[in-house]
Design a binder for this molecule. Sequence first.
Ligand SMILES: C[S@@+](CC[C@H](N)C(=O)[O-])C[C@H]1O[C@@H](n2cnc3c(N)ncnc32)[C@H](O)[C@@H]1O
Length: 174
Amino acid sequence: MIWIIIALIFSFVLTIIVLIYLLSLIIGLIWARGVPFVSLSKKQLRAVDKNIKLKPDDKVVDLGCGDARVLRMFEKQGVKDLTGYEINFWAYLLAKIKNKLLKSKSKVYFKNFKKVDLSEYNVIFCYLLDYYLNSLKEKFDKELKPGTKIISHSFSIKNWHKPEKIERMFVYRI
Ligand SMILES: C[S@@+](CC[C@H](N)C(=O)[O-])C[C@H]1O[C@@H](n2cnc3c(N)ncnc32)[C@H](O)[C@@H]1O
């Protein structure tokens, strides 16, 4: 009898987890206009770490932070002020759990970064798709202060400043 109860509880918990995952996937994709939750691989992360050296007093934001691995990597470089915004609830949950387990002080919010004033950050990291990046041009022009660095992984913003290409990153300076 006890085994039947344990099996029932286990299947219930599993069903809830699968439901959260599937709903997050579908709703997240709709909200993010097709930008999926795909994290940088360990190799890609190492390349970012090798090529982008930040200062402890930088104010860093990851637009669509996924499980916040980029923030934790910059934290290891000594950066203190790190924030991520994520719209996929599953990715947000993973970020919160991993930050807790790995004792990271980076802040992660379940929020659309388009509704956030970006003027307080001097380093912007993003790994989005090109059409999505292009829709951010106006926001960047309006909110980013001179001296802000934008690191866009894999995709560039068309006809907008001249980026420096470092491995697979496009680095812009306002
Ligand atoms: C390709 S993943 C990158 C994850 C992480 N930055 C990394 O490099 O490992 C892009 C993430 O951006 C999120 N995203 C897209 N648009 C967003 C928005 N407007 N607000 C918050 N998150 C968004 C997606 O849900 C997705 O998880």
